[in-house]
Design a protein around this ligand. Sequence first.
Ligand SMILES: [Zn+2]
Length: 89
Amino acid sequence: MALYMTTNRCAVCGSKNLDVVCNSCKTPVYHCRACGADMSQAMEASMQSRIDLAQFTGAYSAEDARSWKRQYQNLDMQDRHFISGAMNL
Ligand SMILES: [Zn+2]
């Protein structure tokens, strides 16, 4: 069973610690090391690129930060960004 890291994010918790456990399957099966979830679909690409860009640039609203954090437990985003984002209300 080939195991390697992807650049995808977990659809459940948002972590990038996602392994592909069945790449030869018709549908790749992902396993998240952060929350332990197995899934056939990683985070939606449009959502992931939004979050990755926000994380890279630090440019996102407190509104976004709150909803992302509610939805995903392991985004690995810096808390200080969330805090300063929240203070910019
Ligand atoms: Zn996860």
